[in-house]
Design a protein. Structure first.
Length: 324
């Protein structure tokens, strides 16, 4: 079972702005979504606004941070919202009825900052239930130490069944970077099998492409990892590293090959083993549940929690939320 860590230890100060609030992500998001027809960008405020209808009746104008997803964009989820006092006050330069701030670490300085900002500006604050976010600490011990601390069944799925997998054919792990299109094709096929839809298409693919284009200038590295069995792709993982943190951004695996084996979990075992052998500090599974099992909970060494806030300015909306 993962240990709960305070936010400043789970996501230390030198990881702030890591991936999702880096210049690379912000620039890539604007390249992909800046001209989206359903939003209006307010660069001076650091937000974009969009129209919604509460209960399909009341028209409201919501605001989200540039780089974050919303009902209007459905862009890739950007976690670890990081805010300064200046950024919060800048948001008031745009006209909105409510400001939506997702994925704020519970108990963090960012959360305290949001509470102070809401109080000083007479904003009603609404908060969601916490959602767990998981990670593996790579700084203490070795991969073998990590394996020894896992539950028996988890260790079996992650590592011990490698021998059984190798009986199916030669197992290789390769980084397809910079062959983006080949990787997208493999990952999208796995997602089509499992979820009934591809992973990266349209503006989301444009966002990832624009992000990867900026890597050389932003001191980031990418691992488009594919696990092959008998020369055929069986699993794909997209890991992005910046500031000592490895973000497990996306993954997928074949659902039609090698029944009885957890291909995605076995692949993560190889990724974690390689990560332990580097100077990186954290392998971040991030938030989100698995389709069949809570695999992140079983694999993680540490856990924290995200919450989301709505800062409500509109008097009518404040009244409606009060009685909701």
């Amino acid at each position: 079972m993962p240990y709960e860590l305070p936010p400043h230890e789970f996501f230390p100060p030198h990881h702030r702005r890591g991936l999702f609030y880096s210049d690379a992500w912000q620039e890539a998001w604007l390249a992909a979504y800046g001209e989206h027809p359903d939003i209006q960008i307010h660069p001076e405020a650091g937000v974009y606004t969009y129209r919604q209808r509460l209960k399909r009746i009341l028209p409201i104008r919501s605001a989200s941070l540039i780089g974050a997803t919303s009902p209007a964009t459905r862009s890739i989820r950007a976690e670890y919202t990081c805010l300064t006092e200046e950024a919060l006050h800048a948001s008031l330069k745009a006209s909105w009825d409510q400001l939506v701030l997702p994925d704020v670490l519970v108990g963090s300085e960012d959360e305290k900052r949001i509470h102070r900002f809401a109080k000083s500006n007479n904003l009603t604050l609404r908060q969601t239930e916490p959602e767990p976010v998981y990670a593996v600490d790579l700084r203490n011990g070795t991969f073998n130490d990590y394996l020894a601390a896992l539950g028996k069944n988890t260790r079996l799925r992650l590592y011990n069944r490698r021998k059984r997998l190798e009986q199916k054919g030669k197992v290789t792990i390769e980084n397809l970077w910079p062959d983006r299109e080949r990787f997208y094709s493999i990952l999208n096929e796995f997602h089509q099998q499992r979820w009934g839809r591809p992973c990266y298409t349209g503006r989301n693919k444009a966002l990832i492409d624009a992000l990867l284009t900026r890597f050389d200038d932003q001191k980031m590295s990418v691992d488009m990892s594919v696990m092959n069995v008998a020369s055929e792709p069986a699993s794909a993982v997209l890991d992005i590293q910046t500031g000592g943190r490895l973000y497990n951004l996306q993954s997928g695996f074949s659902t039609s090959e090698h029944p009885g084996l957890s291909l995605g979990t076995l692949h993560l075992g190889y990724q974690l083993e390689a990560a332990f052998a580097t100077s990186r500090e954290v392998y971040d599974f991030m938030a989100g549940a698995g389709k069949a099992t809570q695999y992140k909970h079983h694999l993680a060494t540490h856990v924290a929690a995200f919450t989301a806030f709505r800062l409500v300015k509109s008097p009518v909306l404040k009244l409606l939320y009060r009685f909701k």
